[in-house]
Design a protein around this ligand. Structure first.
Ligand SMILES: [Zn+2]
Length: 112
């Protein structure tokens, strides 16, 4: 893959990483015991909001781990190769998902 293409993927990965880090920080749950609730209902809705935030953060952290792994592959020079079969990953796939670790065939196999 030519260096300009690789640089483009690196930029995309770093931008995605920055976005995820911000997302993870934004949903940092507040420390317990800081808030007093006027009613049971307020407390309950706060709890469900917290659960939603945790789920969001969980997803963002998993995504960030994929982005970090892709950045490592860039450093190692294995970026753009399928982690499973070693074939090149289609560049259109990398354009859409620069953190993709598997080619479309292996992704399908692993997906289900
Ligand atoms: Zn593959």
């Amino acid at each position: 893959m030519n260096p300009r293409r690789l640089q483009g993927f690196r930029d995309a990965l770093l931008a995605e990483r920055a976005r995820l880090v911000q997302e993870i920080e934004e949903v940092e749950p507040e420390p317990p015991g800081q808030t007093t609730y006027g009613s049971q209902a307020a407390a309950a809705s706060h709890v469900s909001a917290q659960q939603r935030d945790l789920a969001l953060r969980d997803r963002a952290e998993r995504q960030k781990a994929q982005v970090d792994a892709a950045l490592e592959r860039l450093e190692e020079g294995t970026f753009g190769r399928c982690r499973s079969c070693g074939d090149p990953i289609a560049e259109e796939r990398l354009d859409a998902l620069p953190w993709a670790a598997l080619c479309i065939d292996c992704q399908r196999k692993e997906g289900r």
